[in-house]
Design a protein. Structure first.
Length: 135
């Protein structure tokens, strides 16, 4: 089941969301993003080094997707950093981390994933939460 991993993700990204304000305040959003992503690369290197799966160079199509993934990741990190630089984390983080709305819609449209009633309800709650945050 993916639920335990989702809960770990929620905890990890939740702690990241408020701790990230410290380097952004000291270094700015761009340098903070660069250093954070650089450290993630180091951790990932050691994870691959000690994994049983090893490392293989992806094909060109996969590399193309990875470039776009990296581009949108950098854009998100830079925008989040700039957002928490000028506003409270308690406002920017809930809106910024409402990204499951985008992921679910993308999955439904592009991957033809069928959403269940409770997923539609959850997406509606995300939208209502964003609206409530802006009032």
């Amino acid at each position: 089941s993916g639920i335990p991993f989702a809960l770990i993700t929620c905890l990890g990204w939740g702690v990241y969301a408020f701790l990230y304000k410290i380097p952004v305040t000291a270094l700015g959003p761009i340098l903070s993003g660069l250093l954070t992503e650089g450290m993630i690369m180091v951790f990932a290197f050691f994870a691959v080094l000690f994994s049983k799966e090893g490392f293989k160079i992806p094909d060109i199509k996969t590399m193309n997707y990875l470039v776009w993934v990296a581009f949108f990741g950098v854009a998100g990190i830079a925008a989040y950093g700039q957002g928490i630089k000028v506003a409270d984390v308690s406002i920017v983080a809930p809106i910024g981390f409402a990204n499951p709305l985008i992921a679910a819609l993308y999955g439904a449209i592009v991957y033809k994933e069928r959403l269940k009633l409770q997923q539609y309800i959850a997406l509606g709650m995300i939208i209502l939460g964003i609206v409530a945050m802006t009032l």
